[in-house]
Design a protein around this ligand. Sequence first.
Ligand code: PGA
Length: 222
Amino acid sequence: MKNLIIANWKMNPLKSTEAEKLLGSVAMGFRNIKRTEVVICPPFIYLSQLRKIKHGLPLGAQDCFWEEKGAFTGEVSPAMLKNIGCRYVIVGHSERRKYQRETGETINKKVKAVLIAGLKPILCIANLSQLEEGLNGVSEKVIIAYEPFFAIGTGIPCSVEKAKKMRKLIKARQVLYGGSVNPQNAVDYIAKAGFQGLLVGGVSLNARQFLQIISRVDEAKA
Ligand code: PGA
């Protein structure tokens, strides 16, 4: 199985031209990468446009709603994402739990809706109860991203020892680590802590550093 690296751009960048430029730079540097899968998750508003550029990288969304269509103002459905060529959806990110008050129940509905639409959910969790709630009644394989609160966007990464302990407790085939990942610590989470990939926030907005993460992880797999 290839390692999976997800770029979570969050609410960045401000202009669509910048989004195109960033994706173009990552795609250029990605050409020699063979053993690592990389997914770019831009804001919804850029997805259609980025889809039209030839870059060869799968796209993902940062969230979705759980219904397919109808009177749900402001929402975007997994079916819509599928129809514009998305392949992955991040679900239950800690920033959505915090600012949008998403609960285990709504996140669980989203995981199911993403699977029904034929997309791959990436379920973000900070602890085992969030894992249990998110996967309640789900029998399909789901990609999990372990992201401890204190490490998200803080520049304070989780220690490799703590991450390794958590990895052992998460019964899933593909588990990513997320939280202050940078080119210096990226390989350790995979080679030492036993994760199958990374969810990268802040550093994914810097093409040079993000490509460093990708190439180091790719070389480590050789
Ligand atoms: P960070 O974000 O890499 O900026 O800590 C990770 C995430 O929120 O997924």
